[in-house]
Design a protein around this ligand. Structure first.
Ligand SMILES: [Zn+2]
Length: 196
C-alpha cells in the first residue's frame, strides 16, 4: 500500500534526503499492525511533472516481515496514478474552473485530453470533497460544488488538504481510478504503483 512520506518540501529536497532508509522508516506496519520497524525494500520509480521538474523520482519502499507486504512512502506533492504534481493540477483546475481567481503563476500548458480528464474527475469528486474538507475549513457560499470545493482547497492549501484526505480518509484528491477499492487498494496485492 502507499502511505504518505512524512517529509514536506520541494522535489529536490525530497530526492536529496531519500538515501537514508532510517530517516523516515515506519515504526509499525500500517497493514497488519505488527508493532516492529519495517525493513527497507528498495525503491520504485515513477514519473513526476512539476512546475520546475519533469522526470523520474524514486519512491522508497519498506517490507513488513510479519505479513510480507510492502509499504511505499509517497511524497506529498505527488498523487497516486497521476504523473502531474498536485501544484500543476491545482493551477490548471483553478484557471479553468475558477476563472475569476487571480493567479500569481501562469497556467500550465497541458495536453487537451489530460486537462479534460482532470476536470471530469474533479467534477465527479467535488461534492465529496466539500463534505470531507468541512472538517478543515468553513464552507463558503458558492454557486455549485465545483466552485465551493476549489475555494475550500485554496483556503486549506492543496497539499494540506491532500494529506488530510489521503492519510486520514484514504481519499484521492481526484478520485481513485476505476478498478480500485474505495480506499485505493487493489483487491489482490500488486506492486505496480506506477502512475498513468
Ligand atoms: Zn504487516
Amino acid at each position: 500500500m502507499q502511505i504518505l512520506h512524512p517529509f514536506a518540501g520541494s522535489v529536490q529536497q525530497y530526492t536529496e534526503q531519500l538515501a537514508d532508509p532510517n530517516r523516515h522508516r515506519p515504526s509499525h506496519c500500517p497493514q497488519c499492525r505488527a508493532n516492529h520497524p519495517l525493513t527497507a525494500h528498495g525503491f520504485y520509480t515513477r514519473t513526476l511533472s512539476d512546475v520546475a521538474f519533469d522526470g523520474i523520482i524514486r519512491v522508497r519502499r519498506y517490507l513488513c516481515q510479519a505479513c510480507q507486504r510492502t509499504v511505499s512512502l509517497l511524497p506529498e506533492f505527488a498523487l497516486p496514478y497521476l504523473r502531474s504534481s498536485i501544484v500543476v493540477i491545482a493551477l490548471f483546475l483553478l484557471t479553468r474552473l475558477l476563472p475569476a481567481q487571480t493567479l500569481a503563476a501562469a497556467p500550465p500548458a497541458m495536453p487537451y485530453q489530460r486537462g479534460q480528464f482532470w476536470m471530469r474527475r474533479f467534477r465527479a469528486q467535488a461534492e465529496a470533497l466539500c463534505a470531507a474538507l468541512a472538517a478543515l475549513t468553513k464552507p463558503r457560499p458558492a454557486p455549485d460544488f465545483v466552485h465551493r470545493a476549489l475555494i475550500m482547497l485554496e483556503s486549506t492549501g492543496w497539499i494540506a488538504a491532500h494529506r488530510f484526505l489521503f492519510a486520514g480518509l484514504r481519499h484521492h484528491l481526484l478520485g481513485w481510478p476505476r478498478g480500485l477499492a474505495p480506499d485505493g487498494r487493489r483487491a489482490a496485492f500488486s506492486s505496480a504503483d506506477a502512475p498513468a
